[in-house]
Design a protein around this ligand. Structure first.
Ligand SMILES: NC(=O)c1ccc[n+]([C@@H]2O[C@H](COP(=O)([O-])OP(=O)(O)OC[C@H]3O[C@@H](n4cnc5c(N)ncnc54)[C@H](O)[C@@H]3O)[C@@H](O)[C@H]2O)c1
Ligand SMILES: [Zn+2]
Length: 366
């Protein structure tokens, strides 16, 4: 078992990572709990797979669990659904000392975390992420939110969890597609922050595809260390934290223009990272061989790397509408080789359009 600390003064916490940790979740939760009352939030898919293990472990540790489920799907990450959960918390007598436990992927984690941030002005919560994306990304760092019709994550807060419990055994039940989508975020960490981690991924591709638990434990650990480092430096995304958005401005545009149904988020990020790498290559920040290595790895993992048939100008316009623009300027994360990245807001639109057009042509050619 591995432990990663996130050092944020009074809001510090540990991320526990290992195989079959759900069976010890009660003990881990009890260590930091202020009351024995837990409010477990999950969805039917995850609860049917892992709810019993968590509840048993908690009850064995003397904790009392009240559970509530939200429907499965990003379309339920809404204010309305958060209100339902809050209503249930009130009816079941959840008080300010109670601990909310989020068991599920990023949707459950974001919504339940948001409820924890606002319920009675904020209660403690624990993340038990069960998708790869949630284990390496969304459960760490304290960003919690629900969507609004006008856009994703429009209503939210920064609310750090008390503890994160990652059981890599839960990865076994993920679909191929969900697993690959999570791997896109894993590859992202290597490109922006850690070349030797990227090399490790290249060397262990076959174990990764087999979801070898030891290899996945070390991968999740490294990603959490890297995310913790970034969050410690920049908790509320005023600067450095923005590098975590590599591929995301391009990716969000693809997600928006394809109606959020054609691609999983990680798949769109995969396409977006290749666009960012290609732009970096055109700017002389990255070698052609390095772009090939990134492409090769994403393809091996079963991720898309080419733009769908979309008008380049529409993509650029959608990028400008993304909430990550500042003062009307597009801020792009660009890799400097593998292992380092910069944020730039001075890239000429024409250069971006050229990359988008070339990628579309590449799509035509295949
Ligand atoms: N807060 C952050 O910092 C942050 C960062 C990145 C993404 N996010 C958010 O995360 C969300 C996406 O999360 P996601 O990709 O985990 O999607 P998700 O939560 O919808 O999970 C994907 C699917 O897998 C199922 N599932 C979960 N665990 C499973 C398991 N172990 N076995 C089988 N099926 C399982 C879920 O029920 C769901 O159907 C988005 O809403 C995004 O905005 C937040
Ligand atoms: Zn992402």
């Amino acid at each position: 078992m591995a432990k990663v600390s996130v050092n944020l003064g009074a809001r510090s916490y540990d991320i526990h990572i290992g195989a079959n940790l759900l069976e010890q979740s009660g003990q881990i939760i009890k260590e930091g709990a202020r009351s024995e009352n837990l409010f477990l939030v999950s969805n039917p898919t995850v609860f049917s797979l892992y709810g019993a293990a968590v509840i048993k472990s908690c009850e064995d540790s003397g904790l009392k669990v009240v559970a509530t489920l939200i429907p499965d799907g990003e379309e339920y990450k809404t204010m309305g659904q958060a209100e339902e959960v809050i209503g249930e918390a009130i009816r079941r007598g959840i008080d300010r000392e109670s601990l909310l436990v989020a068991l599920g992927g990023g949707v459950v984690g974001d919504l339940a975390g948001f409820v924890a941030a606002v319920y009675q002005r904020g209660i403690d919560f624990v993340q038990i992420p069960t998708t790869l994306l949630a284990q390496v990304d969304s459960s760490v760092g304290g960003k919690v939110a629900v969507n609004h019709q006008a856009g994703k994550n429009m209503i939210g807060a920064f609310h750090q969890p008390r503890t994160v419990i990652v059981d890599v055994h839960t990865l076994a039940s993920l679909s191929e597609r969900e697993f690959a989508a999570g791997m896109a975020e894993v590859v992202k960490y290597g490109i922006i922050l850690d070349e030797s981690f990227f090399v490790f991924l290249e060397n262990r591709l076959s174990d990764i595809k087999d979801r070898d638990e030891q290899v996945m434990e070390s991968i999740v650990k490294r990603c959490c260390e890297l995310k913790a480092m970034v969050v410690e430096e920049d908790e509320t995304e005023r600067g450095l934290r923005a590098v975590l958005n590599l591929g995301h401005t391009f990716g969000h545009a693809v997600e928006t223009l394809t109606g959020y149904s054609a691609y999983r988020h990680g798949e769109a990020v995969s396409i977006g990272m290749i666009l960012a790498c290609s732009l970096a290559r055109d700017l002389g920040l990255m070698g052609a061989g390095e772009v090939e290595r990134v492409t090769g790895m994403l393809v091996e993992l079963g991720l898309p790397v080419k733009l769908p048939q979309l008008d380049s100008r529409s993509i650029l316009n959608a990028m400008y509408r993304d909430k990550k623009t500042r003062g009307g300027k597009l801020r792009l994360v660009l890799p400097c080789g593998i292992g380092r990245a910069v944020v730039r807001d001075d890239i000429d639109d024409e250069l971006i359009l050229k990359v988008l057009c070339n990628q579309s042509q590449a799509t035509d050619a295949h």
